[in-house]
Design a protein around this ligand. Structure first.
Ligand SMILES: Nc1nc2c(ncn2[C@@H]2O[C@H](COP(=O)(O)OP(=O)(O)OP(=O)(O)O)[C@@H](O)[C@H]2O)c(=O)[nH]1
Length: 207
């Protein structure tokens, strides 16, 4: 029987780092230079055919960068099972803010037993870089990110890979709350043994 899983994923990071652009590229295959700040929160849905009997619906919550200074994030973060934390490689201050976003996330949403939801770090606008960025493996290990990717929404680099890495970690979390959908019904459910196991994310940081 085919199963459909719905995962709420947050996309967070400072103002103008490219969260909306990453989502638009990933979901609609479009990119624009034009900058319009997100107000509050926006949503997009990406449907992934994961394997022959699993369809994953990724509900992407595009949280405005300015929200870190507001108090709405607790509401927005509720029931999220994963996050993409984005910074802009051309602006060091946005990297400095990454841990503040991660702390905000960890303080407001956790899995059972208080474990953090998986978070993947995105070094966006990598098309701007003349040379390689320092590798972030140890930064990720030390700060609880499950992996990191140099992305470019402009050139469509590594966005699918990053999302895949995140989904693999979400699936590996036995206790991730999830909605399993059968035609005509919506029920909250835990994982089935058929869904978990055997998953391996080669591009993610080795823990
Ligand atoms: N060169 C380059 N520019 C990018 C990339 N991603 C986004 N931008 C540009 O950066 C600006 C901000 O992008 P947004 O996607 O609106 O940023 P955001 O993080 O959603 O911003 P807020 O909604 O204010 O939090 C826009 O002008 C984009 O065109 C990228 O990968 N490379």
């Amino acid at each position: 029987m085919q199963q459909e899983l719905l995962f709420k994923v947050l996309v967070i990071g400072d103002l103008g780092v490219g969260k909306t652009s990453i989502i638009k590229r990933y979901v609609h295959q479009i990119y624009s230079q034009h900058y319009r700040a997100t107000i509050g929160v926006d949503f997009a849905l990406k449907v992934l055919r994961w394997d022959s009997d699993t369809v994953i619906r990724l509900q992407l919550w595009d949280i405005a960068g300015q929200e870190r200074y507001g108090n709405m994030t607790r509401v927005y973060y509720r029931e999220a099972v994963g996050a993409l934390v984005v910074f802009d490689v051309t602006r060091a201050s946005t990297f400095d803010a990454v841990l503040k976003w991660k702390d905000d996330l960890d303080s407001k949403v956790t899995l059972n037993h208080g474990r953090p939801v998986p978070a993947v770090l995105l070094a966006n606008k990598s098309d701007h870089l003349a040379s390689q960025q320092p590798k972030l493996d140890s930064f990720c290990r030390e700060n609880g990110f499950v992996g990191w990717f140099e992305t470019s929404a402009k050139e469509n680099t590594n966005i699918e890979e990053a999302a895949r890495c995140l989904v693999e970690h979400i699936l590996n979390n036995e206790e991730s709350p999830m909605i399993e959908r059968e035609p005509g019904s919506l029920v909250l459910s835990g994982f089935t043994n058929a869904t978990k196991g055997h998953l391996n994310c080669s591009s993610c940081v080795k823990q």
